[in-house]
Design a protein around this ligand. Sequence first.
Ligand code: PLP
Length: 486
Amino acid sequence: MSTPRIPPPLAGGARGADALRPLLDIALGALREGATARGGPLPAGGPEAVAERVRAAAHPVLPDRGTGPETALRTLIHALTEGAADPAEPLCAAHLHCPPLAVATAADLAASALNPSMDSWDQAPAATALEALVTRALAAEIHDGGDALITTGGTEANQLALLLAREAPTTRGPVRLLVGANAHHSLTRAAWLLGLPEPVVVPAPAGTLDPAALDEALTELGGPPGTFLVAATAGTTDAGLIDPLDDIAELCAAHGARLHVDAAYGGGLLFSDTRKEQLNGIDRADTVALDLHKLGWQPAAAGLLAARDPRDLDALNHRADYLNADDDTDAGLPDLLGRSLRTTRRPDVLKVAVTLKALGRTGLGHLVDQVCDQAGEFAELIDAHPAFELYDAPAISTVLFRPAGATDHHIAHVRRRLLTEGTAVLGRADLDGRRWLKATLLNPHTRPGDLAGLLKLVEETAAAPTAEAAEAAEAATDRTEGTTPR
Ligand SMILES: *Cc1c(COP(=O)(O)O)cnc(C)c1O
């Protein structure tokens, strides 16, 4: 067969929508059938069974002659859906992995169809204007007159926060990062990436950064104002705890240290009228990381770095003649290259803007309240259950618990067993010298019955004999039946 003379249809242009519609029908059908085939929060059978089905669907990856769009879409989307850990399932609750809202996902489809690239105005005229509006509006939720950059998430936002601190006019010498022992791993990695001195790790004995220990560390290290960057966390990865932001901000002011708040998880509390006070003091931070692909129900990626002083962002200004020639900028074309370290960049702002407009602050705040309330109820259920131990009342929507009397080893085994049986996706955390199961509740559709069912499942799985225990028992039987006397 010769190469087809008519190229495949495009997604954009006046005819793009008509070309997309039948393909979308196929894609949506495969999503529906794949979810039914999976029939639970994740596929049963473990990695090898999943990989085998993916191999069957994808092989050959690059055929000499293609299958055409229908088969390719149907088989691969079906395989990916059947093999997904789907956060829209109530028992898929391990990580800060949110089920995206349908409205945000529909908007993201439009972003793909139009494919604006956010590195120059001539690739994204309207998207540029929208990004400027939305980032400023979201920044204003934290700092009056602040600005924000769109990032791929908390990792990139933390990296940028460290870079802006390194480059800030008020910084003297190589800025030294101080992080709580509870901080996200991306902060120390960013310090390494940016060639900063080895970070100082401040104890967080109760799961949150201890202000007295921070004061001591800053005092001991000494140094003039502009020497230190303190990174606090609002919503720790393991336990969802919030550092005492106001106290930390006070100490930073006293020691002339810059403050970054990693609110990748907890930042969503800003939308809730009743819970935003948990973030008191966040407005005193120089920079704040916020992920709307967590408590914001966006498909990844939807991260932000908010800066109190928009001039801090000048450090990222950059010139490339083909994208932002001086005379183009002088003539009034917006200069976007300094809004990111990336060049080609998706208009992640579109889904965010659509969601904010569709739900409003009240709608988003309600979703935040729902998952936090669920977490509170789940914790009460655990606390009242004699077979379980609760770590603590949740600060946001993370609940840590363990089967009473279980060893750490057994807890890890229970988690893996749930994964391979395809019945539940729970996380794990080692805190206070013990291992815990972790449920991060981010699904507003989850009902109390789902969580009661989850607990029952964990109870049964924890009580079931392990393969190792069965083997040990068998070995013991062999010994008694054999010649070796006991
Ligand atoms: C999720 C998270 C990150 C990392 O964010 P990504 O979006 O995965 O890059 C960083 N810090 C905290 C506190 C987080 O919860």
